[in-house]
Design a binder for this molecule. Structure first.
Ligand code: LRH
Ligand code: MN
Ligand code: MN
Length: 425
């Protein structure tokens, strides 16, 4: 199923005059403050976020799944769903596959399909946190960290297989997230687990094509509840440094203990040129995978402030690979992703408004109050007309959620696919 651009235009037409009034008001104010509206819109249009293939069905908690119906049951249908999201938002121009959840059968056909939806394949994700069908060894006690060399070799080989799959699709990076850890004190020799993980990652790194990057994701706990081998950004950075130049840290917003200053982590990593990938979600307690911006929009904005600063001032850091890593039980997954994309655009737009020169000056004058005023002035600006203008320019919907509903897309998907439930998480 594909969206006809005329349908989006027809819906946009109804909102156009209100949008124009809102936009003129905002553009006026921003221009008076010295912002270049066209440049801001261009940056918003260019900001594309990958959608993971596992977020398109109602996922969520380990306790139960409640299907929204009409969920994609094949990779082709998942690509179709991302295509729908991208047509409406024009900010989801990539898909990120989890292997073995979404192994393509016909590579050429899959590539062509993605291409027809204007999508590229971003980072591929390996999975050694579950046992795989037909694999001789279990990951119950860890994968890359395992004390048994045969288990480590199997996990290394899996990562190599994932690279080969990604390579055929045009992906240029591998994300490794390990569940490896211990649930009880004494279970692990910490040093042996870390050393095994380092050697395993080094073998994977060496096997990558020369133009590939390795992203090492960290997480403090879950599924192991006493220790995790790659528990924090420091451990990830250390391992990345031990692998080589093309190995980087990946920050997932949900993978921090409460109140961690994530923006400072982002800033440090970019200064060192080591922020490779980014997983967006939101949380109140742990790795909740809630809709981006639904709980802590101010934190998201502060993180974007550092990302914008880093993208402008840290040429040593590559352009990060952005991905949404959120999925929940009780919303239509496509609406959930659209809301996440909107929140990302909003935080990005607000961060772009921060007057960096004024902020530097206030910092140098030790004018703490003014520093806060500058930051919060940007945060308090309603940037939605700016985001809508970017959508119009790139052919998306002024209000993607409204358009999704008005076009009755879920009913159409149900009519086509029936009560099917997505494979994956
Ligand atoms: C782990 C994680 C990681 C996985 C995904 C399914 O919590 O964030 O990125 O690949 O969730
Ligand atoms: Mn993640
Ligand atoms: Mn996670």
């Amino acid at each position: 199923m594909k969206l006809d651009h005329n349908h989006i235009e027809t819906i946009n037409k109804k909102e156009l005059s209100q949008h124009q009034a809102d936009f003129d008001f905002l553009a006026n104010r921003l221009e008076q403050k010295g912002n270049h509206i066209n440049g801001l819109i261009e940056k918003l249009c260019a900001f594309q976020v990958a959608i993971p293939s596992w977020a398109l069905g109602a996922g969520g908690t380990r306790f139960g799944r409640f299907s929204t119906k009409g969920e994609p049951s094949t990779l082709e249908q998942k690509i179709e769903d991302v295509g729908l999201i991208h047509s409406l938002t024009k900010t989801a121009g990539a898909i990120s596959l989890h292997i073995p959840w979404d192994v393509p059968k016909d590579y050429k056909a899959i590539k062509e399909l993605a291409d027809s939806h204007d999508l590229i394949f971003d980072a591929v994700n390996s999975n050694t946190f579950q046992d795989q069908k037909n694999s001789p060894f279990s990951y119950k006690f860890g994968s890359l960290c395992n004390t048994d060399q045969k288990v480590r070799e199997q996990a290394i080989q899996h990562n190599m297989d994932v690279i080969a799959i990604g390579d055929k699709l045009g992906s240029k990076s591998l994300t490794v997230w390990l569940a490896d850890g211990a649930s009880f004190p004494g279970q692990h020799n910490f040093q042996a687990a870390l050393t095994n993980t380092q050697y395993s990652l080094q073998s994977i790194y060496k096997s990558m094509p020369q133009d590939w990057k390795l992203f090492i994701e960290y997480k403090p706990y879950e599924p192991n509840f006493y220790s995790t081998v790659i528990q924090d950004w420091g451990t990830s950075l250390m391992l990345a440094n031990e692998c080589g130049e093309r190995a980087y840290t990946l920050v997932d917003l949900g993978h921090h203990l409460p109140n961690t200053n994530i923006e400072q982590i982002v800033s440090t990593l970019m200064l060192k040129g080591k922020l490779g990938g980014f997983h967006f979600n939101d949380s109140k307690y742990g790795d909740d995978d809630l809709t981006v911006g639904s709980i802590k929009p101010y934190s998201l904005f502060l993180i974007f402030n550092e990302l914008v600063y880093g993208m402008e001032n840290n040429p040593q850091n590559p352009y990060p690979a952005w991905m949404i890593d959120a999925s929940h039980n009780i919303k239509d997954p496509l609406e959930d992703i659209i809301q996440s994309l909107e929140a990302i655009q909003e935080a990005y737009a607000k961060a772009l408004l921060i007057d960096q020169n004024k902020l530097r000056e206030a910092q140098l004058n030790y004018d703490v109050t003014l520093c806060q005023e500058i930051i919060q002035d940007a945060f308090r600006t309603d940037v939605r007309p700016l985001i809508a203008a970017a959508k119009i320019r790139s052919g998306g919907a002024i209000n993607p959620i409204k358009a999704y509903r008005e076009l009755g897309l879920r009913s159409k998907l149900i009519a086509k696919r029936g009560n099917s439930v997505a494979s994956g998480l």
